[in-house]
Design a protein around this ligand. Structure first.
Ligand SMILES: [Zn+2]
Length: 315
């Protein structure tokens, strides 16, 4: 179970590697941050020399093509934030400042496992401030063709139910549902790697994507089999990675969610879209504060925890 106090890291954790889409190297340092700070990125090394502070918030998403991009590409953005966001959410880290010296997060091994290991090595500290949740109060659903994404109220916790259906016989149709906790995240989700079809690679390269992709960081799917010599980490690794991505995108709500998420053939665009639909109506959600393990206080009238005014300079 998640603690009812907010958390951060016990100290800084540094990782480096190349971006899967840009191929550019980047170094990141995940730093502790005070209670109610939330997750934010400090983009250094911009061409104009000014550092940009970018709150990890769905309203600041500027692109969802193949990965999730936060911030304005012209003045300083961070691409492919979803795997680190997923690791922080999955482990229950509420507050952190991520310094990054390039335009794209390092892809590392294509999963969230290196982030989880780095955070676990440093350790998680508990703050003396109650945790806040975003409680889903009404069913919110978006559709595009046959695909959909939705959020529903539930009594406790965060449940994910993700279904994929690819024309590729190697991936095919697959569905997985789970209740999220740090233990289930570590065991079932963190290690699932990003994947791509070999037949799409040339198209991605022409569009300037996947320039850093290799068998070291991507499960490459051929016509009849996985190309990677080591094979899959899980028999259903593809749908597990889609859950990993969904957690990372939904973490852009700015607070942990109490609710049930479900998607069919979703992706970054639909994950961010369902958050936009959720926040479009204040009756859809409440911000609640933990009061011991069973009680909660509703804070939504105060607008607490969702404000991005302090970061308006980055909009
Ligand atoms: Zn991913």
């Amino acid at each position: 179970m998640r603690t009812h106090k907010q958390t951060t890291l016990k100290g800084p954790a540094t990782l480096s590697g190349i971006g899967v889409h840009s191929g550019n190297p980047a170094e990141i340092t995940i730093r502790p941050a005070p209670a109610n700070h939330g997750i934010a990125f400090l983009r250094t090394g911009t061409t104009h020399g000014n550092d940009r502070l970018i709150k990890a918030h769905h309203a600041l998403v500027s692109a969802t093509e193949l990965c999730t991009v936060l911030g304005d590409v012209e003045t300083g953005a961070v691409a492919t934030v979803e795997h680190l966001m997923s690791a922080l959410y999955g482990l229950g880290v509420d507050n952190a400042l991520i310094e990054i010296d390039g335009p794209e997060m390092p892809i590392l091994d294509g999963s969230a496992l290196p982030f989880v290991q780095a955070i676990d090595q440093i350790g998680i500290a508990t703050c003396d401030t109650p945790r806040r949740w975003l409680k889903i109060l009404r069913h919110v659903r978006i559709e595009a063709g046959t695909s959909f994404a939705e959020l529903r109220p539930i009594d406790r916790g965060f449940r994910l139910d993700v279904e994929i259906d690819f024309e590729s016989p190697v991936i095919g149709r697959s569905r997985k549902a789970m209740d999220l906790s740090p233990a289930t995240y570590r065991r079932e989700i963190a290690g699932a790697r990003t994947f791509g079809m070999m037949r799409d690679v040339e198209r991605y390269w022409k569009a300037g994507f996947a320039l850093g992709a290799s068998l070291e960081n991507t499960v490459a799917v051929g016509e009849t089999a996985v190309v990677n010599p080591e094979g899959l980490r899980f028999q259903d690794e593809f749908v597990r990675h889609k859950i990993l991505d969904a957690i990372g995108d939904l973490a852009l709500a700015g607070l942990p969610i109490q609710g049930a998420y479900r998607s069919y053939c979703g992706g970054h665009r639909m994950n961010v879209g369902v958050l936009s639909a959720l926040f479009a109506d204040r009756a859809n959600y409440a911000v609640v504060e933990a009061q011991g393990s069973r009680r909660e206080t509703v804070l939504s009238e105060l607008g607490v925890g969702l404000g991005i005014a302090a970061f308006a300079g980055d909009l």
